[in-house]
Design a protein around this ligand. Sequence first.
Ligand code: SAH
Length: 347
Amino acid sequence: MNLGRLNNILEQYPPYRSRQAYSVVFDNLFSSWEEATNLPKAFRAILARECPLQIDAEMHESGNGKTVKAVIQLDDGVAIETVLMRHQDGRNTVCVSSQAGCSLACDFCLTGARGFMRDLTAGEIVGQVLLFARRLKTEGERVKNVVFMGMGEPFLNYEAVMKAIRLMNNRDGLKIGARRISISTVGIIEGIRKLSREPLQLNLSISLHAPDDRLRSRLMPVNRQYPIEKILDAVAEYIRLTRRRVMIEYLLLRDLNDSPAAAERLAVLLRRSLGWLFFVNLIYYNPTGKYLPSPPERIREFQRILESRGISVTRRYRFGREIKAACGQLAGSSRIRGSLNITTTQE
Ligand code: SAH
């Protein structure tokens, strides 16, 4: 969706037309202006020509129906991926991409291996949520949560991400509560600082993945620019200013960062730097060919050590691995490679 063009057109009309048009997009969730029969025909025709609502996507559904991955083809032919996760308790979460590709080249992530294409516009980001909101509406359901854990680094596309979030959250937008929107970052300090000063109560997640700089720099080259200490200082300030609980993400890689000693170091580091207003989210590695996932008993032991230090720990449920929809598996190239099949394998 090209929001810039939509707004340019709407500027030429009285404000009530803007409200009507936004309501067609975000309340009615129509996929074409033609459906908006409350609008004059000529107005609809202009909107259809300048800002079509159709989103060109190819859907891949997991066998159990819990995960749907959409490969969206953007106007310039670039493909991005976005994922709908349907939790047991009825929560529907959309995992959105903020960039096509990613420039950070984390060693365990497939998106990073494919390189960076371009930033997404606010319309392209909110469009990912719209796509699934439209689909869920046919079942009488809504998108409840949005996580910026798809392709790209949200804080390297800050303005577009915040503009998209305002549209997701606004009364004339999708009305998704700010507390239900999470941004995950490798730790771009400028982004953390700016977010600390935003009026919205969003959630912040930090991809830490290692308890020391040597290992982290090996896994995540961006650590050379943004080392752990500096990131945690910015996070501590975020906690002080917002009083919001931060999620520390920790991806467990066999024999690399999953030892009991690593758990001890992580516990000490986090407690010293962040106090109490945080929790650790342990992430299973979705194999991308580079590393091995930690065995379950290692993960349990890691969790036990953190908890014995009074740290709350959650574990990330593995959604959609068989359709390559899980964290780190979004490559954005299935259309290019021509795989048009709907995958139906069971998890
Ligand atoms: N750039 C942001 C958001 C995108 S990635 C960030 O890094 O936080 C969302 C999460 O998936 C991050 O924590 C990322 O480190 C993790 N991830 C990347 N590759 C993964 C893989 N192969 N298995 C599991 N998690 C992975």
